[in-house]
Write a new protein. Structure first.
Length: 326
């Protein structure tokens, strides 16, 4: 028997971690009844959301995101904050499975009473996030977590979706980043608010060289605000540069809050969230339409045989969808 939304909302607001975990599971469910309850729950908790500092962390696999999150998280907790970490793991395109091993890589943070770590599979969602990352952020805020870290999948330059759900975006690099810096004007590089060169303990000279290259490249980045992204050299394992990173996040948030653009950005994120939900809902209705089911296989077969272009096939199927009886 499911817990009523009102009871679940009250338990979550009281800081019940099991209620938070249950609410997230409800969001991720594919059952229609669960989806309706999840929407009701989010509406009930809406006045309690939006009160955290949302930090996105992106970077290539192996750059040390999990190690940095644990060190940064413990530092934030030591300063009196409550931290939620939403770690997105890549899903296999073949098995659809995910390892979800982030808790094992953050063994100290995962057992801290003021931390909550939730690994989620990307499940084919593009942009480095999971399907319900935005909603989970709202739930964590309602549960009293005032610092939210979103760790992206870590697959490349396309992870720009994280900028649509966070306030401050950290982009991590390794020493000797090399050709990686050539893409600075594209994708997530254009959106980063703080650049971090990690693992300086392995090669301090290489880290300094990479930081210098980043600073040079940033001079050519298109300017869109008064904020100049700092380039920080750190070692997540030794704690070197951690104070400067926390200070950088606080400075960026203070600068953002001091501008009308902060509220405008949050509003724009909510509208983007709504549009994404509409797109996903339309796609689901398209696939479920009886008129499409009756003709889809035959039209797809024509495309497979080279008898019909993909463009024309899509146009036919969309026309069938438009002409269906409501």
């Amino acid at each position: 028997m499911s817990t009523p939304s009102s009871d679940l909302a009250a338990a979550l607001h009281a800081g019940d971690r099991r209620a938070l975990a249950k609410a997230i599971t409800l969001l991720e469910s594919r059952r229609d009844a669960d989806a309706a309850q999840a929407r009701d729950l989010l509406d009930r908790l809406l006045p309690l959301s939006g009160r955290s500092v949302r930090i996105g962390i992106s970077g290539a696999p192996g750059v040390g995101k999990s190690t940095l999150i644990e060190s940064l998280g413990l530092e934030l907790i030591a300063r009196g904050h409550r931290l939620a970490v939403l770690a997105i793991d890549p899903s296999s395109t073949l098995s659809r499975g995910s390892i979800l091993g982030d808790k094992t890589r953050m063994d100290r943070l995962s057992v801290h009473p003021d931390a909550f770590i939730r690994p989620s599979p990307s499940s084919g969602t593009l942009g480095g996030l999971a399907a319900h990352t935005r909603e989970v952020i709202s739930l964590c805020e309602a549960a009293g977590f005032d610092r939210i870290i979103v760790e992206t999948v870590g697959v490349g330059q396309s992870e720009s979706a994280v900028a649509d759900v966070t306030d401050t975006l950290l982009l991590m690099h390794l020493p000797n980043a090399g050709d990686e810096l050539q893409a600075l004007k594209k994708g997530v590089h254009e959106l980063a608010d703080i650049f971090v060169v990690n693992k300086a303990d392995l090669d301090d000279n290489a880290a300094a060289s990479t930081a210098h290259q980043l600073q040079d490249a940033l001079r050519m980045r298109p300017g869109h605000s008064a904020w100049v992204p700092p380039v920080l050299i750190i070692s997540a394992t030794t704690g070197r540069g951690l104070d400067q990173l926390v200070a950088g996040i606080e400075r960026h948030h203070a600068a953002a809050c001091g501008s009308s653009r902060f509220e405008e950005r949050r509003c724009a994120q909510n509208l983007a969230w709504m549009r994404q939900m509409i797109d996903e809902g339309l796609a689901q209705r398209f696939r479920a339409a009886t008129a499409i089911d009756d003709r889809y296989d035959a039209i797809a077969s024509q495309v497979d045989k080279g008898e019909l272009s993909a463009l024309a096939a899509a146009a036919r199927l969309l026309a069938l969808f438009d002409s269906r009886k409501v």
